[in-house]
Design a protein around this ligand. Structure first.
Ligand code: CUA
Length: 334
């Protein structure tokens, strides 16, 4: 009995000490979302459980090694224990109940993170190797940086253009795989103003580690000002509007503006250059060529590329002003 009491006291002390030690090394970054609250509560519980199970095993083991070691002059065998039914039932039923309870609160936490706010702001997230793009359909804005107003639920509707990527902002706690060919959803309500970073959480190729984008959580007033600024800038400057449209309509997914090779030809130094076509001829990339390439995408195929890759619908989905803005932007990359 004396041994049980001592071990119990040591286990409790060790559990408290290990839990405090684990918490002090900063296992989690700052919490910055409403949905993360239940995740953190659950995580806190697991830290307690980890500290307790570790202590129960290690403290008992070490105590037994010291207290029951062979003392000088002892030569006999130890007591031979063959079984203890009540102990066996206890160590089966108690963990079973604990695991069922953990599963229950885990499911509850999952339901918490999926709670829908009907006034949520929709942001479309488009990913690919290796970039993040964000579109705000309510405002007609496209960016490569995620701006979010604090305290308002955002409904991220995410798609991938190639392989599986993963949306993960550690401070928001939630993580969602983005599977090509379908739209997946993640709802987040940022709770703390600040600058964060979205990281890709699925190994998606050689630049996976660099697949990040800035996340800015700002006040509603700052967010409104940012929206107004984006719209105003685009309204008076066709080049800027073109650049926004290129991101918004997904053009930048396949065409780079810096000369790098993507699914389609780069736009850098394109305007007024000589473009070799797949039929062996050459064409000067004048304004007419640019317009035709946007609206009749399967007509003049650049050598080394294939037809029917670029959507042929931009002639219908874009109006005249938008096409003019896109052309102005392409010309600016001369
Ligand atoms: Cu995308 Cu890793």
């Amino acid at each position: 009995m004396k041994h049980f009491v001592i071990v119990a006291i040591l286990v409790v002390a060790s559990t408290i000490a290990i839990r405090a030690g684990l918490n002090s090394i900063g296992l989690l970054p700052e919490l910055a979302s409403v949905q993360g609250t239940s995740t953190d509560q659950l995580f806190g519980l697991y830290v307690w459980a980890t500290a307790f199970v570790f202590s129960l095993i290690v403290v008992t083991l070490v105590y037994a090694l010291i207290a029951f070691r062979r003392k000088q002059g002892e030569t006999g065998e130890g007591v031979h224990v063959t079984g203890n039914s009540s102990l066996e039932i206890a160590w089966t039923v108690v963990p079973l109940l604990i695991v069922v309870y953990l599963a229950f609160i885990g499911a509850q936490s999952l339901a918490d993170t999926r709670r829908i706010d009907p006034s949520a702001m929709v942001v479309k997230v488009i990913t690919g190797q290796w970039y993040w793009q964000f579109q705000y359909p309510d405002y007609g804005i496209g960016t490569t940086e995620l701006y979010l107003p604090v305290g308002k639920q955002v409904d991220l509707q995410m798609t991938s253009r190639d392989v599986i990527h993963g949306f993960f902002v550690p401070e928001f706690r939630l993580k969602q795989d983005i599977v090509p060919g379908r739209t997946v959803e993640l709802r987040i309500t940022p709770s703390v103003i600040g600058n964060y970073k979205v990281e890709c959480s699925q190994l998606c190729g050689s630049n996976h580690a660099y697949m990040t984008a800035a996340v800015d959580v700002v006040s509603q007033a700052d967010f409104d000002a940012w929206v107004a600024e984006q719209k105003a800038a685009a309204g008076e400057n066709p080049v800027l509007l073109g650049e926004q449209l290129a991101s918004q309509y997904g053009c930048t997914v396949c065409h780079s503006a810096d000369g790098s090779k993507k699914i389609g030809p780069t736009w850098l130094h394109l305007y007024q250059s000589q473009v070799p076509l797949s039929d062996g001829t050459k064409v000067t990339a004048d304004e007419q060529y640019l317009i035709n390439s946007i609206t009749n995408s399967n007509q003049q195929i650049v050598e080394g590329y294939t037809a029917n890759v670029m959507p042929a619908t931009f002639g219908q989905t874009l109006d005249k002003n938008q096409i003019a803005a896109l052309v102005a932007y392409l010309e600016s990359l001369k």
